[in-house]
Design a protein around this ligand. Structure first.
Ligand code: FAD
Length: 387
């Protein structure tokens, strides 16, 4: 679906989100980077306006939107020069509670998340020794009466200090005792306001202003009623949320790509060197046009994946391809934009170097493009497995 052919509902979302983002301009995001602070005012306003609860059903106070619609919200944040990563997780993490939580858990958490009284922005899966091999995680949750006791370590867990609640994936059956290695993991809602010293949070300094941490669990007690769904089925629940996550990440990357292309085309048309606009030179113009073509193609895949998801159809291949193609298009557009700006591309006040750093992550996280390709090679094309 090309931009100009999109229905009014999507265009209305675009206009409304852009309106909010206008207040949080490049100067706002640059100021935050200086001392590594969180875009609190931006996230609060988006929450109050209901944009971050887009995917929560209306009966729980959310927007009851489709993934297609939600993806446009994130795209427009990034297209305007902002950074959805500050808050995107709120959109898809709660899907695990929505799909697999009990009615009691849904009633306990979802209305508070929708209203903004409760923040669920943290999702703790990755561990230093397991990396991409999630089924090898070793943080344990051992049942003791009406509680689980958690011990272990996580790494790269974002927005922990900015959240009240965290979804935690932990091992409830030792790996060696499993016949099916994708079982034995369980998902818990951890109320971090009650964690005290049993949860140690060490920030990791990153290339960009992301609030990412190492976590150490030392006999952290979690009430058994906070177990989501069945014990041992947690990996399945997490996989269920991956397609939505990939589609939303693809939309963010498309937003970045459009930011770069719009900036690049405008600058290349205005900047005069050797007596003519630099954009008249094919060395400047064609890479921007090429990135534009790749972005539009990736966007078609993103909308195809989102439409399939919204119809309840299988969309693993499309969601993975959308994430792959959109992250590559954004990186290509970032390079074309940086090149077009010459030295000014590296000057912070242009925001291009900041967006350039931010957009590179889409090729690596939440899942590396290598693993996306392996999924396509192995699960779609039926070639031998590497893992
Ligand atoms: C800014 C940031 C925020 C993050 N936020 C979170 C978060 O909130 N919660 C969370 O749980 N995690 C988070 N992560 C972690 C992220 O999801 C992981 O970095 C990612 O899953 C990869 O794990 P790894 O870094 O250990 O890489 P590794 O698994 O060590 O992989 C290293 C490289 O080897 C490649 N590789 C490995 N196996 C294969 C194979 N079979 N075939 C081909 N290539 C292979 C990978 O693709 C990659 O290029 C975050 C990471 C970053 C950088």
């Amino acid at each position: 679906m090309l931009l100009e052919q999109q229905p009014d509902t999507l265009n209305d979302i675009r206009i409304a989100v852009r309106d909010v983002c206008r207040k949080y301009d490049g100067a706002y995001w640059r100021a935050l980077e200086k001392d590594g602070s969180y875009p609190e005012a931006f996230v609060r306003e988006l929450t109050e306006l209901g944009w971050l609860s887009a995917l929560i059903p209306e009966e729980f106070g959310g927007g009851g939107m489709t993934v297609t619609e939600a993806s446009v919200i994130l795209e427009e944040i990034n297209r305007s020069g902002g950074d959805s990563a500050a808050c995107h997780a709120q959109m898809y993490i709660m899907g695990v509670i929505l799909r697999h939580g009990s009615p009691e858990q849904q009633a306990r958490y979802l209305p508070g998340i929708a209203s903004g009284d409760l923040r669920l922005q943290a999702f703790a899966v990755t561990e230093p020794d397991a990396g991409s091999e999630t089924t090898r995680i070793s943080t344990t949750a051992v049942r003791k009466g009406d509680r689980y006791v958690v011990n272990g370590q996580k790494t790269f867990i974002s927005r922990v200090q900015q959240s009240d609640l965290m979804l935690l994936l932990a091992r409830t059956t030792p790996y060696e005792e499993l016949t099916n290695k994708t079982e034995g993991l369980s998902v818990f809602v951890v109320d971090m306001r009650e964690a005290g010293d049993s949860l140690q949070v060490n920030p990791i300094e990153m290339t960009f202003n992301r609030h990412t941490n190492q976590l150490f669990f030392d006999n952290l007690e979690v009430p058994a009623e906070n177990l989501i769904g069945e014990e041992g089925k947690g990996f399945r629940y997490i996989i269920d949320s991956w397609n939505a996550e990939r589609i939303l990440i693809a939309a963010e990357a498309i937003g970045d790509a459009r930011f770069f292309i719009e900036r690049a085309a405008a600058y290349a048309s205005e900047r005069v060197v050797f007596g003519r606009p630099i954009g008249a030179n094919q060395g400047v113009q064609l890479p921007i046009a090429q990135a534009y073509a790749h972005t539009e193609a990736a966007d078609l895949m993103r909308f195809d994946a989102a439409a399939k998801f919204d119809r309840g159809e299988r969309c693993g291949a499309e969601a993975n391809m959308a994430k792959l193609l959109a992250s590559e298009a954004a990186w290509e557009a970032g390079n074309a934009c940086l090149n077009a700006h010459g030295g000014y591309g590296f000057a912070k006040e242009y925001d291009i170097e900041r967006k350039f750093r931010e957009t590179r992550l889409f090729m690596t996280a939440p899942v590396n493009n290598n693993l996306v390709l392996a999924y396509l090679g192995q699960n779609v094309l039926g070639m031998p497995r590497s893992y």
